[in-house]
Write a protein that binds this ligand. Structure first.
Ligand code: ADP
Length: 205
């Protein structure tokens, strides 16, 4: 796959809604969140490394990763987050590259909440930010997950600030209206990505 659009946005901004729309236009989607869960499944080398780095408490009795315990631990100890990420990020990146290589659509979409934070944008030719105010993010994420507001705020604080993402993204869609409004913007961007992907293709030929 030669032309990849990276799609990002904070929690509750509308990434999943946007990526579902691109899929409906037959664009292949690679989801970094899904991959992040896959690389720590039982039998995966990253889980063995996490076990070695943190100890037995990090596994449940059935051998699966104790996500809740690990999440709480890394929120408490920033150094532990770095250790964890030094294990997971390379594994995630490797898997993203493999999955992108297998995509067949006119261009591919890489959806990642931490596109810029983890330098995954380097795997893309263009970046799109789904943008929303913090108030909207909290409202949508709490309605969707039933998570408490403090927890959502914690996640927002762990992500790159909204203004930084606005500075880094090539394209920005402010998702502050109806879903139809979002889809209209995406339609325009999709048309421009098809053109860019074609240009990219003819430059490579
Ligand atoms: P993200 O993947 O960025 O965390 P989602 O796409 O899951 O965010 O959106 C969060 C929630 O808000 C979902 O339940 C989604 O259906 C809803 N949502 C997203 N955009 C809109 C919108 N423009 N209008 C109403 N609801 C929306």
């Amino acid at each position: 796959m030669s032309f990849v659009v990276g799609l990002t946005g904070g929690i509750g901004s509308g990434k999943s809604a946007a990526s579902a729309w691109f899929e409906s236009q037959n664009i292949s989607v690679v989801d970094a969140d899904v991959i992040a869960r896959e690389v720590v499944q039982q039998g995966q080398p990253a889980l063995v490394q996490i076990h070695q780095a943190f100890g037995d408490w990090v596994l449940l009795e059935n051998g699966e990763l104790n996500r809740t315990a690990l999440r709480e631990y890394i929120f408490q100890f920033p150094e532990a987050r770095k250790t964890l990420e030094s294990i997971t990020h390379p594994a995630i990146r490797h898997s993203i590259i493999l999955q992108l290589e297998q995509t067949q659509s006119a261009y591919a979409l890489l959806v990642s909440p931490l596109l810029f934070e983890t330098n995954q944008h380097q795997l893309t030719q263009r970046t799109l930010l789904i943008d929303a105010t913090e108030a909207l993010q909290i409202e949508r994420a709490s309605q969707r997950d039933g998570q408490n507001i403090e927890q959502i705020k914690k996640i927002i604080r762990a992500q790159l600030p909204r203004v930084k993402k606005q500075q880094l993204a090539d394209d920005i869609v402010l998702n502050d209206g109806h879903l139809d409004h979002l889809y209209q913007h995406l339609q325009q961007l999709h048309a421009s990505y098809l053109v860019l992907a074609k240009k990219n293709q003819s430059n490579e030929d």
